[in-house]
Design a binder for this molecule. Structure first.
Ligand code: PHE
Length: 469
């Protein structure tokens, strides 16, 4: 398959896939590192008491997220096709039911919903980048009476402003479509080669800044790494596990789509390890950049979703060089979101290209536009359409809940069952070669027993909230 203009994609062609192992790892890490790491992880850590939650999160990543990540990449590379065809082809080759293609369908559905609200939040990052550049996060004369009110007001007025929300959402979708339309090598790879190292550099700089200038670094470290198990609830454990999926981008076939372009010679276990490692490193560094600044200004870490859009900007306003720090921070957030949003569009484009026999640019524009329209609903959920609450939630919350609490865990569970129980060991072993016999057995054990059981608990908790609290 050529990456710029395509004939129908009967089969993803490795020759036109990633130009190197590093390119794949950067793209997959770019997918994993996103709003989940920088926006969500710090605030759920703050809300759930810090250290003990972080520890549980790390265990969930290692024991459940990482093995499923490897399984997704493995399935993608084994099938060398879009997420639906992977299961059709494997079914035919291995004489198992092709109904498992339902996993691919669920993944595609999930991509639609996730990207539609993700892009709205990514748009907030752009608006905040603009606020930073225009000096909103430097002290102003009016701040003498109410800094917190002014900064809090910025966020409230953003949510109340449909035009601004739609502008952010539209820019993010345009950038996402532009990159994906150019193909794996010409688009995705070029974007991540610049942005992912950029992300690492900026977050490293922010942590050094927080360590050097706030005097609260030690407190932040002990908040994040000193587990106080009395603060841990069952609900927090399940939140940690649910988040492990979201942050590693597993459960919706995004990693499968990226894996379908991966060369046979790459060791999947090692690659998955590198991806999950980078993702975890950046989440922890985001915490170490944010909490010292928050603590230094006697703000609370448990502020919820407003942590990076309200609490942190209040702190930026008061720290030396805050305007610069805020520019880098929101640039970081916007780039992290973009390297994730392209991976959400990719599986859909891969499928539609195959299905409709369209060129890649046309496919990217059509599918991206449909998601853009869906995203309008998510943006308006904060203002004009806030009264529209099917199932008791506005559209934004509904899509968020449906994907993160239901579809992603369900996708992860089915993928682990498929890899652990349905596919023959022989079929898998060929793809997973390169690892030791012990790691392979541990991996199969986790896929067969631990992952499905743990995920079942998350699902029950999502469907019957409060059961475990
Ligand atoms: N992993 C991304 C994040 O942490 C979100 C994502 C989910 C990306 C699913 C792709 C697929 O923000």
């Amino acid at each position: 398959m050529g990456t710029q203009s395509h004939a129908p994609v009967e089969q993803a062609d490795a020759n036109a896939g990633w130009s190197s192992r590093l390119a794949f790892i950067l793209a997959a890490a770019g997918s994993a590192v996103g709003l989940g790491n920088v926006w969500k992880f710090p605030y759920i850590t703050g809300e759930n008491g810090g250290g003990a939650f972080v520890l549980v999160y790390l265990v969930c990543i290692a024991v459940i997220g990482l093995p499923i990540l490897a399984a997704e990449i493995m399935l993608g590379r084994r099938g060398k096709a879009n997420p639906v065809q992977v299961f059709v082809k494997l079914g035919e080759e291995e004489q198992i039911s092709t109904n498992w293609q339902g996993i691919g369908w669920m993944g595609l559905l999930c991509s639609f919903f996730i990207l539609s609200f993700y892009s709205v939040v990514a748009g907030w990052a752009l608006v905040y980048l603009w606020h930073s550049i225009s000096g909103q996060f430097s002290l102003q004369p009016s701040d003498a009476t109410g800094l917190a009110e002014r900064i809090g007001g910025l966020f409230d007025s953003l949510l109340a402003n449909p035009g601004l929300l739609l502008a952010g959402h539209t820019l993010v979708m345009m950038a996402t479509i532009f990159i994906v339309a150019r193909g794996i090598r010409g688009g995705v790879e070029k974007a991540v080669r610049i942005m992912v190292p950029g992300l690492l550099l900026i977050i490293f700089g922010l942590v050094v800044y927080a360590a050097a200038s706030t005097g609260e670094f030690g407190n932040a470290v002990s908040f994040m790494f000193n587990p106080d198990f009395s603060k841990l609830t069952w609900n927090a454990v399940l939140i940690a596990l649910g988040h492990a999926f979201f942050t590693l981008s597993v459960g919706m076939c995004a990693m499968m789509a990226y894996g379908s372009f991966l060369d046979r010679s790459v060791n999947i276990g090692k690659a998955a390890f590198a991806i999950a490692g980078l993702d975890t490193l950046i989440a922890l560094m985001a915490g170490l950049a944010i909490f010292p600044i928050v603590f230094a200004h006697q703000l609370t870490p448990g502020e919820g979703p407003g942590l990076v859009f309200v609490t942190l900007p209040i702190a930026f306003t008061e720290v030396p060089g805050g305007t610069f720090v805020s520019i880098f921070f929101f640039l970081f957030l916007a780039m992290a979101a973009l390297t994730s949003s392209i991976s959400m569009l990719e599986p859909l484009v891969e499928y539609m290209e195959y299905r409709c026999n369209w060129s890649r640019p046309r496919t990217a524009i059509v599918t991206g536009t449909i998601i853009w329209v869906l995203g309008i609903g998510c943006a308006l959920a904060f203002n004009l359409w806030s009264g529209f609450t099917p199932f008791g939630k506005n559209l934004f919350d509904l899509f968020d809940w449906l994907t993160q609490s239901i579809l992603l865990p369900m996708g992860g569970m089915l993928i682990s069952i498929y890899a652990g129980w349905i596919l023959s060991r022989k079929a898998i072993a060929r793809e997973m070669e390169g690892g030791t016999a012990i790691t392979f057995s541990v991996w199969i054990f986790l896929m067969r027993f631990i992952a499905p059981l743990a995920i079942a608990l998350v699902l029950v908790n999502s469907l019957f909230p409060g059961l475990f609290s």
